[in-house]
Write a protein that binds this ligand. Structure first.
Ligand SMILES: C[S@@+](CC[C@H](N)C(=O)[O-])C[C@H]1O[C@@H](n2cnc3c(N)ncnc32)[C@H](O)[C@@H]1O
Length: 292
C-alpha cells in the first residue's frame, strides 16, 4: 500500500483537534476522526502532552496552518448542517467524492441503515481508512461501499455502476476539500457525471478556492502560502473559481438553485458569538446546487 493523502490526514487531524474542545467552544464535532489517524497524529491531537508540544512546535510558528484548519472545521460544520437537512428531506443515497477520512457515514445515526453511502477516493488513502475503520468498528460498516479511483484517470460512471450506485435514488453528493486538487477537465467530468446520473432534485455540495489564487494573482499572502505548501507536499492546486461566476458555471453544467457562501458568509451564518476569535482563511467558498 502506498502513502495516504497528506491533506486528507491533515483535515482529519484538524477535526480530531477541534473535537477535543468543549461542546460550547468547538466549531465541529467528529469523534471518529482520531480513530482514523496514524498513531503519532492521534497522540498529538488527543493527549494533554501531545497537544501542548504540538501547539508550541507546530501551531504557534505556523499561522497559515492555523488559518487553514480554522477553515476546515468551519466547512465541516457547514456541510454537517446541510447534510442533516438533506437527510430529513428524502435523501436516499450519499456519494462522498474524495472522501479522505470523512466520517459522516459513521457518525450520523440518521444515515446508518437508511441511506446508501458510497465513498470514492484515491486507492491508497482509501485502504488506509478502511484499515482504521475495521480496527475501530471491528469490521467495515456494511451500509458503505468503497470505490477506489483517480478522478483524473478513471471513469467515475463505470466504477460507481460496478459498486452499485443507484441512478434512480435521490442523491446528495459531497465533494469537500477536493476540487482545487483536480485538473479543470476532471472537475467538469465529475460534474457531468452528477448532472447526468442522478435524478432531478439530487444535490451537490462542494467547496472551491479563488481562481485568482491558482493564477498567482491573489493578494492574500496566507492563501498564496497555502498554495505553495500543498504543492510542496505533492498535492498541488489546479482549479479555482470566481465566486461571482459560480452560479453561471453550475447552471451551464446542468444544475440549478445555486447558492455560494464565502468564508465570511459561512462564519456569519454558522458560527456563534463564542467563536468570534476564529479566523478561518479567506479565499474559499462552499457551493450548493441541485440537479435541474
Ligand atoms: C484535503 S483531502 C479532503 C478529504 C475529505 N473530503 C475531507 O474533507 O476531509 C483531499 C482528498 O481528495 C482526494 N483526491 C485528490 N485528488 C484525487 C484524485 N485525482 N483522485 C481521487 N482522489 C483524489 C485525496 O485522496 C483526499 O482524500
Amino acid at each position: 500500500m502506498g502513502k495516504p493523502s497528506e491533506t486528507a490526514q491533515r483535515t482529519a487531524f484538524a477535526r480530531a483537534w477541534e473535537s477535543y474542545l468543549s461542546a460550547e467552544t468547538r466549531v465541529c464535532f467528529d469523534p471518529i476522526a482520531k480513530h482514523l489517524l496514524a498513531e503519532e497524529w492521534r497522540l498529538a491531537a488527543t493527549t494533554e502532552e501531545g497537544r501542548e508540544s504540538f501547539s508550541q512546535e507546530v501551531i504557534t510558528p505556523n499561522p497559515v496552518l492555523v488559518a487553514v484548519w480554522e477553515y476546515v472545521v468551519l466547512r465541516t460544520r457547514v456541510i454537517d448542517a446541510l447534510l442533516q437537512d438533506y437527510a430529513q428531506n428524502g435523501m436516499a443515497q450519499l456519494l462522498i467524492l474524495g472522501a479522505g477520512f470523512d466520517s459522516r457515514a459513521y457518525r450520523f445515526p440518521e444515515l446508518v441503515g437508511k441511506v446508501k453511502v458510497l465513498e470514492v477516493d484515491d486507492p491508497d488513502t482509501q485502504e488506509f481508512k478502511k484499515t482504521g475503520l475495521s480496527e475501530h468498528f471491528g469490521s467495515l460498516p456494511d451500509h458503505v461501499g468503497f470505490v477506489p479511483l483517480d478522478f483524473e484517470k478513471h471513469d467515475l460512471a463505470a466504477s460507481l455502476a460496478q459498486a452499485g450506485f443507484d441512478r434512480d435514488l435521490k442523491t446528495l453528493v459531497i465533494w469537500e476539500g477536493v476540487t482545487y486538487y483536480l485538473e479543470p477537465r476532471a472537475v467538469d467530468q465529475t460534474l457531468a457525471f452528477v448532472a447526468g446520473h442522478t435524478p432531478a432534485g439530487s444535490s451537490i455540495i462542494f467547496d472551491h478556492i479563488l481562481e485568482q489564487a491558482i493564477e498567482g494573482k491573489c493578494r492574500n499572502p496566507l492563501l498564496q502560502a497555502f498554495i505553495q505548501n500543498v504543492a510542496e507536499i505533492g498535492e498541488p492546486c489546479k482549479f479555482g473559481l470566481d465566486p461571482e461566476q459560480v452560479d453561471q458555471f453550475l447552471t451551464q453544467r446542468g444544475f440549478g438553485d445555486v447558492t455560494n457562501l464565502t468564508v465570511a458568509q459561512c462564519k456569519e451564518k454558522y458560527l456563534q458569538p463564542v467563536h468570534a476569535d476564529r479566523k478561518p482563511i479567506e479565499g474559499f467558498s462552499i457551493a450548493q446546487a441541485s440537479v435541474a
